[in-house]
Design a protein around this ligand. Structure first.
Ligand code: CAA
Length: 383
Protein backbone atom coordinates (compact mmCIF):
# COMPACT_ATOMS: atom_id res chain seq x y z
CA UNK A 1 0.00 0.00 0.00
CA UNK A 2 1.38 3.41 -0.99
CA UNK A 3 0.33 6.38 1.14
CA UNK A 4 2.41 8.90 -0.80
CA UNK A 5 0.71 11.40 -3.07
CA UNK A 6 2.22 11.80 -6.54
CA UNK A 7 3.88 15.09 -7.47
CA UNK A 8 0.89 15.94 -9.65
CA UNK A 9 -1.57 15.21 -6.83
CA UNK A 10 0.42 17.46 -4.47
CA UNK A 11 0.46 20.22 -7.08
CA UNK A 12 -3.30 19.98 -7.56
CA UNK A 13 -3.84 20.11 -3.80
CA UNK A 14 -1.55 23.14 -3.53
CA UNK A 15 -3.37 24.93 -6.34
CA UNK A 16 -6.76 24.31 -4.68
CA UNK A 17 -5.38 25.40 -1.30
CA UNK A 18 -4.02 28.63 -2.73
CA UNK A 19 -7.26 29.35 -4.56
CA UNK A 20 -9.34 28.73 -1.44
CA UNK A 21 -7.15 30.98 0.68
CA UNK A 22 -6.97 33.78 -1.86
CA UNK A 23 -10.50 33.78 -3.24
CA UNK A 24 -12.83 32.04 -0.80
CA UNK A 25 -11.43 32.88 2.64
CA UNK A 26 -12.17 36.62 2.25
CA UNK A 27 -15.84 36.01 1.32
CA UNK A 28 -16.80 32.80 3.17
CA UNK A 29 -18.33 34.58 6.17
CA UNK A 30 -20.15 37.19 4.10
CA UNK A 31 -21.72 34.77 1.58
CA UNK A 32 -22.87 32.57 4.46
CA UNK A 33 -24.51 35.51 6.23
CA UNK A 34 -26.09 36.88 3.07
CA UNK A 35 -27.03 33.48 1.63
CA UNK A 36 -25.39 34.63 -1.59
CA UNK A 37 -24.07 32.35 -4.33
CA UNK A 38 -20.62 33.76 -5.20
CA UNK A 39 -20.63 34.02 -8.99
CA UNK A 40 -17.35 35.97 -8.84
CA UNK A 41 -15.61 32.91 -7.35
CA UNK A 42 -17.36 30.54 -9.78
CA UNK A 43 -16.00 32.57 -12.71
CA UNK A 44 -12.48 32.08 -11.37
CA UNK A 45 -12.96 28.36 -10.71
CA UNK A 46 -14.03 27.67 -14.31
CA UNK A 47 -10.58 28.22 -15.89
CA UNK A 48 -9.03 26.03 -13.16
CA UNK A 49 -11.29 23.20 -14.39
CA UNK A 50 -12.84 22.71 -10.94
CA UNK A 51 -16.20 22.13 -12.63
CA UNK A 52 -14.81 19.52 -14.98
CA UNK A 53 -12.81 17.39 -12.58
CA UNK A 54 -14.83 14.27 -13.38
CA UNK A 55 -15.35 15.01 -17.08
CA UNK A 56 -13.45 13.37 -19.94
CA UNK A 57 -10.75 15.51 -21.58
CA UNK A 58 -12.41 15.33 -24.98
CA UNK A 59 -15.36 17.26 -23.47
CA UNK A 60 -13.21 19.99 -21.89
CA UNK A 61 -12.81 18.11 -18.61
CA UNK A 62 -9.72 17.50 -16.49
CA UNK A 63 -10.40 13.77 -16.06
CA UNK A 64 -8.70 13.82 -12.67
CA UNK A 65 -8.12 10.66 -10.71
CA UNK A 66 -10.43 10.34 -7.68
CA UNK A 67 -7.68 11.06 -5.16
CA UNK A 68 -6.90 14.41 -6.81
CA UNK A 69 -10.62 15.14 -6.94
CA UNK A 70 -10.95 14.49 -3.20
CA UNK A 71 -7.95 16.69 -2.44
CA UNK A 72 -9.57 19.61 -4.29
CA UNK A 73 -12.96 19.13 -2.59
CA UNK A 74 -11.21 18.91 0.79
CA UNK A 75 -9.21 22.12 0.30
CA UNK A 76 -12.23 24.10 -0.92
CA UNK A 77 -14.45 22.80 1.92
CA UNK A 78 -11.74 23.51 4.47
CA UNK A 79 -12.37 27.19 3.78
CA UNK A 80 -15.95 27.27 2.44
CA UNK A 81 -18.27 24.29 2.89
CA UNK A 82 -20.93 25.72 0.58
CA UNK A 83 -18.57 25.95 -2.40
CA UNK A 84 -17.24 22.46 -1.64
CA UNK A 85 -20.86 21.30 -1.85
CA UNK A 86 -21.49 23.06 -5.16
CA UNK A 87 -18.45 21.38 -6.69
CA UNK A 88 -19.08 17.95 -5.18
CA UNK A 89 -22.66 17.72 -6.42
CA UNK A 90 -21.89 19.23 -9.83
CA UNK A 91 -18.93 16.92 -10.47
CA UNK A 92 -19.94 13.67 -8.78
CA UNK A 93 -23.65 13.29 -9.31
CA UNK A 94 -24.19 15.29 -12.49
CA UNK A 95 -21.10 15.39 -14.73
CA UNK A 96 -19.90 11.92 -13.77
CA UNK A 97 -23.17 10.01 -14.48
CA UNK A 98 -23.53 12.02 -17.70
CA UNK A 99 -20.09 10.91 -18.80
CA UNK A 100 -20.81 7.27 -17.90
CA UNK A 101 -24.41 6.86 -19.03
CA UNK A 102 -24.75 9.61 -21.66
CA UNK A 103 -24.64 8.80 -25.36
CA UNK A 104 -22.20 10.67 -27.64
CA UNK A 105 -24.72 13.36 -28.56
CA UNK A 106 -25.67 13.99 -24.94
CA UNK A 107 -22.03 14.15 -23.87
CA UNK A 108 -21.12 16.54 -26.69
CA UNK A 109 -24.07 18.81 -25.93
CA UNK A 110 -24.19 18.86 -22.14
CA UNK A 111 -20.72 18.18 -20.76
CA UNK A 112 -18.53 20.99 -22.19
CA UNK A 113 -20.58 23.88 -20.74
CA UNK A 114 -20.78 22.05 -17.41
CA UNK A 115 -17.08 21.17 -17.37
CA UNK A 116 -16.02 24.77 -17.94
CA UNK A 117 -18.35 26.16 -15.28
CA UNK A 118 -20.48 28.01 -17.84
CA UNK A 119 -23.41 25.96 -16.61
CA UNK A 120 -24.13 24.45 -13.20
CA UNK A 121 -25.60 21.00 -12.64
CA UNK A 122 -28.13 19.61 -10.16
CA UNK A 123 -29.28 16.10 -9.22
CA UNK A 124 -33.00 15.88 -8.49
CA UNK A 125 -34.01 12.69 -6.70
CA UNK A 126 -35.65 13.69 -3.43
CA UNK A 127 -39.38 14.41 -3.16
CA UNK A 128 -41.60 15.13 -0.19
CA UNK A 129 -42.52 11.42 0.09
CA UNK A 130 -39.25 10.00 -1.25
CA UNK A 131 -36.15 10.77 0.81
CA UNK A 132 -34.24 7.73 2.02
CA UNK A 133 -36.81 5.59 0.20
CA UNK A 134 -35.78 6.76 -3.23
CA UNK A 135 -38.02 4.26 -5.03
CA UNK A 136 -41.09 6.03 -3.63
CA UNK A 137 -40.91 8.91 -6.14
CA UNK A 138 -44.18 10.15 -7.61
CA UNK A 139 -42.74 12.10 -10.58
CA UNK A 140 -43.83 10.91 -13.97
CA UNK A 141 -42.56 11.14 -17.54
CA UNK A 142 -45.14 10.05 -20.06
CA UNK A 143 -44.12 9.43 -23.67
CA UNK A 144 -45.76 11.67 -26.27
CA UNK A 145 -44.25 11.17 -29.70
CA UNK A 146 -40.61 12.26 -29.58
CA UNK A 147 -41.00 13.83 -26.16
CA UNK A 148 -41.73 13.07 -22.54
CA UNK A 149 -44.26 15.11 -20.62
CA UNK A 150 -42.64 15.41 -17.22
CA UNK A 151 -44.44 16.26 -14.00
CA UNK A 152 -42.23 16.45 -10.94
CA UNK A 153 -41.97 18.19 -7.61
CA UNK A 154 -38.38 17.83 -6.43
CA UNK A 155 -37.22 19.19 -3.08
CA UNK A 156 -33.90 19.97 -1.36
CA UNK A 157 -32.15 20.37 -4.72
CA UNK A 158 -28.56 21.41 -4.05
CA UNK A 159 -27.43 24.10 -6.56
CA UNK A 160 -31.13 24.26 -7.55
CA UNK A 161 -31.39 28.04 -7.64
CA UNK A 162 -28.49 28.39 -10.10
CA UNK A 163 -28.58 25.10 -12.01
CA UNK A 164 -28.97 25.03 -15.80
CA UNK A 165 -28.72 21.27 -16.40
CA UNK A 166 -30.69 19.02 -14.07
CA UNK A 167 -30.92 15.25 -13.90
CA UNK A 168 -34.53 14.54 -12.97
CA UNK A 169 -35.39 11.09 -11.63
CA UNK A 170 -38.89 10.12 -12.62
CA UNK A 171 -40.87 7.09 -13.74
CA UNK A 172 -42.05 6.43 -17.27
CA UNK A 173 -44.35 3.79 -15.82
CA UNK A 174 -46.47 5.16 -12.95
CA UNK A 175 -48.06 1.70 -12.53
CA UNK A 176 -44.64 0.19 -11.72
CA UNK A 177 -42.35 2.96 -10.53
CA UNK A 178 -39.30 0.76 -10.09
CA UNK A 179 -39.57 -0.75 -13.58
CA UNK A 180 -40.06 2.69 -15.12
CA UNK A 181 -37.52 4.56 -12.96
CA UNK A 182 -35.65 6.80 -15.42
CA UNK A 183 -33.20 9.69 -15.49
CA UNK A 184 -34.02 12.61 -17.77
CA UNK A 185 -31.93 15.70 -18.51
CA UNK A 186 -33.94 18.87 -18.16
CA UNK A 187 -32.71 22.36 -18.95
CA UNK A 188 -33.62 25.35 -16.86
CA UNK A 189 -36.12 27.53 -18.66
CA UNK A 190 -37.88 24.68 -20.46
CA UNK A 191 -41.63 25.43 -20.66
CA UNK A 192 -43.22 24.20 -17.43
CA UNK A 193 -39.95 24.53 -15.46
CA UNK A 194 -40.26 26.57 -12.27
CA UNK A 195 -38.01 27.26 -9.30
CA UNK A 196 -39.87 26.55 -6.08
CA UNK A 197 -39.17 27.40 -2.47
CA UNK A 198 -35.62 28.47 -1.58
CA UNK A 199 -34.66 26.65 1.63
CA UNK A 200 -33.70 28.71 4.69
CA UNK A 201 -31.10 26.15 5.78
CA UNK A 202 -29.08 25.99 8.98
CA UNK A 203 -25.76 25.67 7.15
CA UNK A 204 -24.27 25.72 3.63
CA UNK A 205 -26.19 28.94 3.27
CA UNK A 206 -24.35 30.18 0.18
CA UNK A 207 -25.70 27.22 -1.75
CA UNK A 208 -29.17 27.96 -3.18
CA UNK A 209 -30.94 24.74 -2.21
CA UNK A 210 -34.49 24.87 -3.49
CA UNK A 211 -37.37 22.88 -4.90
CA UNK A 212 -37.91 22.42 -8.63
CA UNK A 213 -41.37 22.06 -10.06
CA UNK A 214 -42.00 20.66 -13.53
CA UNK A 215 -45.57 20.97 -14.79
CA UNK A 216 -46.37 19.26 -18.09
CA UNK A 217 -42.79 20.01 -19.06
CA UNK A 218 -42.10 18.75 -22.58
CA UNK A 219 -38.61 17.24 -22.78
CA UNK A 220 -37.13 15.70 -25.95
CA UNK A 221 -36.86 11.91 -25.81
CA UNK A 222 -33.20 12.45 -26.73
CA UNK A 223 -32.67 13.71 -23.16
CA UNK A 224 -33.28 10.29 -21.62
CA UNK A 225 -30.09 9.18 -19.89
CA UNK A 226 -29.45 5.48 -20.53
CA UNK A 227 -32.58 3.47 -21.23
CA UNK A 228 -36.05 3.63 -19.73
CA UNK A 229 -35.84 1.75 -16.42
CA UNK A 230 -32.11 2.48 -15.90
CA UNK A 231 -32.79 5.39 -13.54
CA UNK A 232 -32.29 3.66 -10.20
CA UNK A 233 -29.01 2.12 -11.27
CA UNK A 234 -27.89 5.56 -12.52
CA UNK A 235 -28.91 7.21 -9.24
CA UNK A 236 -27.15 4.58 -7.11
CA UNK A 237 -24.00 4.60 -9.25
CA UNK A 238 -23.87 8.39 -9.03
CA UNK A 239 -24.38 8.28 -5.27
CA UNK A 240 -21.69 5.63 -4.77
CA UNK A 241 -19.23 8.12 -6.27
CA UNK A 242 -20.94 11.16 -4.81
CA UNK A 243 -20.55 9.82 -1.29
CA UNK A 244 -16.77 9.87 -1.68
CA UNK A 245 -17.03 13.55 -2.61
CA UNK A 246 -19.20 14.27 0.43
CA UNK A 247 -16.72 12.37 2.60
CA UNK A 248 -13.93 14.59 1.21
CA UNK A 249 -16.08 17.61 1.92
CA UNK A 250 -16.58 16.45 5.51
CA UNK A 251 -12.82 15.92 5.91
CA UNK A 252 -12.30 19.50 4.69
CA UNK A 253 -14.86 20.90 7.13
CA UNK A 254 -13.28 18.88 9.97
CA UNK A 255 -9.83 20.13 9.00
CA UNK A 256 -11.12 23.72 8.82
CA UNK A 257 -12.64 23.38 12.30
CA UNK A 258 -9.35 21.97 13.58
CA UNK A 259 -7.38 24.84 11.95
CA UNK A 260 -9.65 27.42 13.59
CA UNK A 261 -9.40 25.68 16.97
CA UNK A 262 -5.60 25.43 16.86
CA UNK A 263 -5.36 29.13 16.03
CA UNK A 264 -7.72 30.08 18.83
CA UNK A 265 -6.00 27.78 21.33
CA UNK A 266 -2.68 29.53 20.65
CA UNK A 267 -4.13 33.05 20.94
CA UNK A 268 -6.56 32.84 23.84
CA UNK A 269 -5.04 33.39 27.28
CA UNK A 270 -6.74 31.89 30.30
CA UNK A 271 -5.17 31.29 33.69
CA UNK A 272 -2.15 33.32 32.37
CA UNK A 273 -1.24 30.87 29.58
CA UNK A 274 -2.59 30.15 26.08
CA UNK A 275 -5.39 27.56 26.00
CA UNK A 276 -3.03 25.28 24.06
CA UNK A 277 -0.95 24.87 27.21
CA UNK A 278 -3.87 23.37 29.14
CA UNK A 279 -3.98 19.58 29.06
CA UNK A 280 -7.78 19.45 28.78
CA UNK A 281 -7.55 21.44 25.53
CA UNK A 282 -4.55 19.46 24.27
CA UNK A 283 -6.52 16.24 24.68
CA UNK A 284 -9.40 17.62 22.65
CA UNK A 285 -7.04 18.84 19.91
CA UNK A 286 -5.33 15.44 19.81
CA UNK A 287 -8.64 13.63 19.37
CA UNK A 288 -9.79 16.11 16.72
CA UNK A 289 -6.57 15.71 14.71
CA UNK A 290 -6.69 11.93 14.97
CA UNK A 291 -10.33 11.73 13.86
CA UNK A 292 -9.75 14.01 10.86
CA UNK A 293 -6.72 11.99 9.78
CA UNK A 294 -8.63 8.70 10.09
CA UNK A 295 -11.52 10.13 8.05
CA UNK A 296 -9.05 11.33 5.41
CA UNK A 297 -7.47 7.89 5.11
CA UNK A 298 -10.83 6.16 4.74
CA UNK A 299 -11.87 8.72 2.12
CA UNK A 300 -8.68 8.44 0.11
CA UNK A 301 -8.90 4.67 0.33
CA UNK A 302 -12.41 4.78 -1.19
CA UNK A 303 -11.04 7.12 -3.89
CA UNK A 304 -8.17 4.72 -4.56
CA UNK A 305 -10.60 1.78 -4.85
CA UNK A 306 -12.61 3.82 -7.35
CA UNK A 307 -9.47 4.57 -9.37
CA UNK A 308 -8.70 0.84 -9.43
CA UNK A 309 -12.22 0.06 -10.66
CA UNK A 310 -13.14 -1.79 -7.45
CA UNK A 311 -16.56 -2.33 -5.86
CA UNK A 312 -17.49 1.06 -4.41
CA UNK A 313 -20.77 0.88 -2.51
CA UNK A 314 -19.29 -0.31 0.82
CA UNK A 315 -16.08 1.78 0.86
CA UNK A 316 -17.84 5.00 -0.16
CA UNK A 317 -20.59 4.48 2.44
CA UNK A 318 -17.98 3.79 5.14
CA UNK A 319 -16.00 6.90 4.19
CA UNK A 320 -19.09 9.12 4.19
CA UNK A 321 -20.44 7.71 7.46
CA UNK A 322 -17.17 8.13 9.30
CA UNK A 323 -16.15 11.47 7.77
CA UNK A 324 -19.59 13.03 8.29
CA UNK A 325 -19.65 12.00 11.95
CA UNK A 326 -16.08 13.23 12.31
CA UNK A 327 -16.87 16.65 10.85
CA UNK A 328 -19.81 17.10 13.23
CA UNK A 329 -17.89 15.88 16.26
CA UNK A 330 -14.73 17.87 15.52
CA UNK A 331 -16.67 21.07 14.82
CA UNK A 332 -18.62 20.61 18.05
CA UNK A 333 -15.38 20.12 20.01
CA UNK A 334 -14.03 23.23 18.30
CA UNK A 335 -17.01 25.22 19.56
CA UNK A 336 -16.27 23.89 23.04
CA UNK A 337 -12.63 25.02 22.84
CA UNK A 338 -13.80 28.50 21.81
CA UNK A 339 -16.18 28.64 24.81
CA UNK A 340 -18.67 31.52 24.58
CA UNK A 341 -16.92 32.88 21.49
CA UNK A 342 -17.60 29.60 19.71
CA UNK A 343 -21.31 30.38 19.86
CA UNK A 344 -20.82 33.78 18.27
CA UNK A 345 -20.78 34.63 14.56
CA UNK A 346 -17.55 36.58 15.15
CA UNK A 347 -15.56 33.34 14.84
CA UNK A 348 -15.69 30.90 11.90
CA UNK A 349 -16.09 27.84 14.12
CA UNK A 350 -19.87 28.29 14.40
CA UNK A 351 -20.11 28.17 10.57
CA UNK A 352 -18.14 24.89 10.47
CA UNK A 353 -20.44 23.56 13.18
CA UNK A 354 -23.55 24.39 11.10
CA UNK A 355 -22.05 23.26 7.78
CA UNK A 356 -20.79 19.94 9.17
CA UNK A 357 -24.16 18.63 10.27
CA UNK A 358 -25.68 18.08 6.84
CA UNK A 359 -22.80 15.86 5.72
CA UNK A 360 -24.50 13.25 7.93
CA UNK A 361 -27.74 13.70 6.00
CA UNK A 362 -27.45 14.42 2.29
CA UNK A 363 -26.49 11.87 -0.36
CA UNK A 364 -27.85 9.30 2.09
CA UNK A 365 -28.22 9.67 5.86
CA UNK A 366 -25.88 7.89 8.27
CA UNK A 367 -28.57 5.25 8.64
CA UNK A 368 -28.69 4.64 4.86
CA UNK A 369 -24.89 4.30 4.83
CA UNK A 370 -25.21 1.74 7.63
CA UNK A 371 -27.73 -0.24 5.57
CA UNK A 372 -25.39 -0.20 2.56
CA UNK A 373 -22.34 -1.13 4.70
CA UNK A 374 -24.10 -4.02 6.42
CA UNK A 375 -25.35 -5.41 3.11
CA UNK A 376 -21.78 -5.36 1.82
CA UNK A 377 -20.41 -6.94 5.02
CA UNK A 378 -22.95 -9.72 4.82
CA UNK A 379 -22.07 -10.30 1.15
CA UNK A 380 -18.38 -10.38 2.02
CA UNK A 381 -19.14 -12.80 4.84
CA UNK A 382 -20.55 -15.20 2.26
CA UNK A 383 -17.34 -15.10 0.16
N1 CAA B 1 -25.34 0.40 -7.64
C1 CAA B 1 -26.05 -0.13 -8.65
N2 CAA B 1 -27.28 -0.69 -8.44
C2 CAA B 1 -27.76 -0.71 -7.20
C3 CAA B 1 -27.05 -0.17 -6.10
C4 CAA B 1 -25.79 0.39 -6.36
N3 CAA B 1 -25.04 0.93 -5.38
N4 CAA B 1 -27.80 -0.31 -4.98
C5 CAA B 1 -28.92 -0.94 -5.35
N5 CAA B 1 -28.90 -1.16 -6.69
C6 CAA B 1 -29.92 -1.87 -7.48
C7 CAA B 1 -30.19 -3.24 -6.88
O1 CAA B 1 -29.29 -4.19 -7.37
C8 CAA B 1 -31.61 -3.51 -7.29
O2 CAA B 1 -31.63 -3.98 -8.61
P1 CAA B 1 -32.63 -5.18 -8.99
O3 CAA B 1 -34.00 -4.71 -8.68
O4 CAA B 1 -32.37 -5.38 -10.46
O5 CAA B 1 -32.22 -6.35 -8.14
C9 CAA B 1 -32.24 -2.11 -7.31
O6 CAA B 1 -31.15 -1.19 -7.41
C10 CAA B 1 -33.04 -1.84 -6.07
O7 CAA B 1 -32.15 -2.01 -4.98
P2 CAA B 1 -32.67 -2.31 -3.50
O8 CAA B 1 -33.67 -3.42 -3.52
O9 CAA B 1 -31.46 -2.45 -2.66
O10 CAA B 1 -33.46 -0.95 -3.18
P3 CAA B 1 -33.95 -0.37 -1.82
O11 CAA B 1 -35.27 0.25 -2.05
O12 CAA B 1 -33.81 -1.38 -0.73
O13 CAA B 1 -32.97 0.89 -1.59
C11 CAA B 1 -31.11 2.07 -0.74
C12 CAA B 1 -31.64 0.81 -1.45
C13 CAA B 1 -29.62 1.84 -0.64
C14 CAA B 1 -31.69 2.27 0.63
C15 CAA B 1 -31.40 3.30 -1.64
O14 CAA B 1 -32.78 3.57 -1.72
C16 CAA B 1 -30.70 4.56 -1.17
O15 CAA B 1 -29.48 4.73 -1.36
N6 CAA B 1 -31.46 5.48 -0.54
C17 CAA B 1 -30.92 6.78 -0.16
C18 CAA B 1 -31.14 7.76 -1.23
C19 CAA B 1 -30.24 8.94 -1.06
O16 CAA B 1 -29.06 8.83 -0.86
N7 CAA B 1 -30.86 10.12 -1.20
C20 CAA B 1 -30.11 11.32 -1.16
C21 CAA B 1 -30.59 12.19 -2.28
S1 CAA B 1 -29.41 12.97 -3.21
C22 CAA B 1 -29.03 14.35 -2.37
O17 CAA B 1 -28.73 14.31 -1.23
C23 CAA B 1 -29.16 15.62 -3.13
C24 CAA B 1 -28.01 16.49 -3.18
O18 CAA B 1 -28.06 17.35 -4.04
C25 CAA B 1 -26.85 16.49 -2.27
Amino acid sequence: MNFTLSIKQRQIRQMARQFARAELAPIAKEIDEEGRFPWEAVEKMGPLNFFGMQAPRQYSGAELDSISYCLVIEEISRVCGAMGLTLAVHNSVVVYPLSIFGNDDQKAKFIPPLATGGKIGAFCLTESNAGSDALAIESTAIRDGDSYIVNANKIFVTNGGVADTLIIFTSVNPGDVKKGFSAILVERGSPGFELGLLENNCGMRANPVCSIVLTDCRVPKANLLGQEGDGFKIAMTALDTGRIGIAAQAVGIGQGALDASLKYAKERIQFRVPLARHQAIQMMLADMGTMVEAARLLTLQAAHIRDQGGELAGPSAMAKLFAGRTASKVASMGVQIHGGYGYSKDYPIERYFRDARVTEIYEGTNEIQQIVITRELLKRGED
